[in-house]
Design a protein around this ligand. Structure first.
Ligand SMILES: C[S@@+](CC[C@H](N)C(=O)[O-])C[C@H]1O[C@@H](n2cnc3c(N)ncnc32)[C@H](O)[C@@H]1O
Length: 312
C-alpha cells in the first residue's frame, strides 16, 4: 500500500495495554480521551466500560471527529471537536467537573495526519506547508514563516526543536523567500537539509517538530489542561499522559511533582490541625514502551507514559 495514501486512516496506538491499565477503569465510570485520533485507545476504554459508563473524547482535528462519527456507533461515547484546553469549560456546561474517573492524553500527531501530504506535517512528501491540527483556526506554517522575521523564526526553531543550527536555518529561509515564496514541505525540508547534517534521522526532523509545536500552541495547550485536571478529576481519578517530546514530558513531570509533594507551609499561617499544604496528586510513576513494541513502531521509542492519581 502507498504509505502516503490519502485514505489511510490507520493509527497504531502507542503503549496501548499500559495506557488502558493505567486508568484503572471502573465499570460505570466517566472517562476522557483528550486525543481521540483514530480511536484505538478510546475503543480500549469502551471495551472495559459497562453499559452505564461514559467516554468523552476530544480532538481538535475535524477529520478525527468525522472518522469517529462514521466508525464508532456507541451511545456511551460523546465526541467533542475542540482543543482539549476547553475541557474545563465544556465539562462545567455538563455539570461533570470533579466527576471524571480518568483522563488519557496521547500527545502529538496521529499517523493519518503525518501521512497525508495535504496536511503539511511530513518532510518526506510534498504538500502545502500547513501543519495545523485544527484547520479551522490559526495560520499555516507557510503564512507564519512569511510574516515572522529571522530572529523570531530562529527562536522558535531553537526553543521548540532544540536545533543548534536554528540561526542558519532562519537566515536560509529568509534568503529563499527573497527569491520565491516558501509554500511547500519539500522546499523547507531541502533548505534545512542543506544546513543540518545528521545521521539516523532526517535533517529536518527537529525543525518540523518545532514549527508544528509552535503553530499548534502544543505546550500552552498542555500547560492549561494539566492545571484544569485538578478540578476535573474525581477523588482517585487517574491522569495518564503519553508524551513524545522532552519539553512535553518535562512539563508533565514538573506538574506531577509540584502537586504530589507535601510542602511545609511558612510559619505563621493560620492552620490548626494540618502543618503541611495538602497534596493534590499521587505520583504513580512512569513507563516506556516494551522492547517488542519499539521493534514494531519507531514512534513508540520516544514515548513516556506518566501516571498520577487525584487525591481530594
Ligand atoms: C497521537 S494521536 C492520538 C491517537 C489515539 N490515542 C489513538 O489511539 O488513535 C493525537 C491526536 O490528538 C489530537 N490533538 C493533539 N493536540 C490536541 C489538542 N490540543 N486538543 C485536541 N486534540 C488534540 C490530534 O489531532 C491527534 O488526532
Amino acid at each position: 500500500m502507498d504509505r502516503y495514501n490519502l485514505n489511510s486512516n490507520h493509527h497504531q496506538s502507542v503503549m496501548f495495554d499500559e495506557a488502558i491499565e493505567s486508568l484503572a477503569i471502573k465499570n460505570n465510570g466517566i472517562y476522557i480521551d483528550a486525543t481521540f485520533g483514530r480511536g484505538g485507545h478510546a475503543q480500549g476504554i469502551l471495551d472495559k466500560l459497562g453499559a452505564d459508563g461514559k467516554l468523552i473524547a476530544f480532538d481538535q482535528d475535524k477529520s478525527a471527529i468525522d472518522y469517529a462519527e462514521q466508525n464508532f456507533k456507541d451511545t456511551r461515547l460523546q465526541l467533542i471537536h475542540s482543543p482539549f484546553a476547553n475541557m474545563l469549560n465544556l465539562l462545567s456546561e455538563q455539570k461533570l467537573v470533579g466527576k471524571i474517573d480518568g483522563i488519557l492524553m496521547d500527545l502529538g500527531v496521529s499517523s493519518p495526519q503525518l501521512d497525508n501530504p495535504e496536511r503539511g506535517f511530513s518532510f518526506n512528501a510534498n504538500g502545502p506547508l500547513d501543519m495545523r491540527m485544527n484547520q479551522n483556526s490559526g495560520i499555516s506554517v507557510a503564512k507564519w514563516l512569511t510574516d515572522a522575521n529571522e530572529e523570531q523564526i530562529a527562536n522558535v526553531i531553537y526553543e521548540f526543536g532544540e536545533e543548534r543550527k536554528s540561526r542558519h536555518i532562519a537566515s536560509a529561509i529568509k534568503k529563499f523567500q527573497a527569491k520565491e515564496p516558501l509554500q511547500t514541505t519539500l522546499q523547507l525540508a531541502n533548505i534545512v537539509s542543506s544546513i543540518v547534517k545528521i545521521k539516523n534521522k532526517h535533517p529536518a526532523t527537529r525543525t518540523f517538530a518545532a514549527l508544528r509545536i509552535f503553530i499548534n500552541q502544543e505546550l500552552e495547550q498542555l500547560a492549561k489542561t494539566l492545571e484544569q485536571t485538578l478540578d476535573i478529576l474525581a477523588d482517585k481519578g487517574r491522569l495518564s499522559v503519553i508524551s513524545f517530546h522532552s519539553l512535553e514530558d518535562r512539563m508533565v513531570k514538573k506538574f506531577i511533582q509540584k502537586h504530589s509533594k507535601q510542602r511545609q507551609l511558612p510559619k505563621g499561617l493560620p492552620i490548626k490541625n494540618n502543618e503541611t499544604e495538602k497534596m493534590h496528586l499521587k505520583d504513580l510513576g512512569k513507563s516506556f514502551a516494551s522492547a517488542a513494541e519499539i521493534d514494531n513502531s519507531r514512534r513508540s521509542r520516544s514515548a513516556i507514559l506518566r501516571i498520577s492519581e487525584r487525591i481530594c
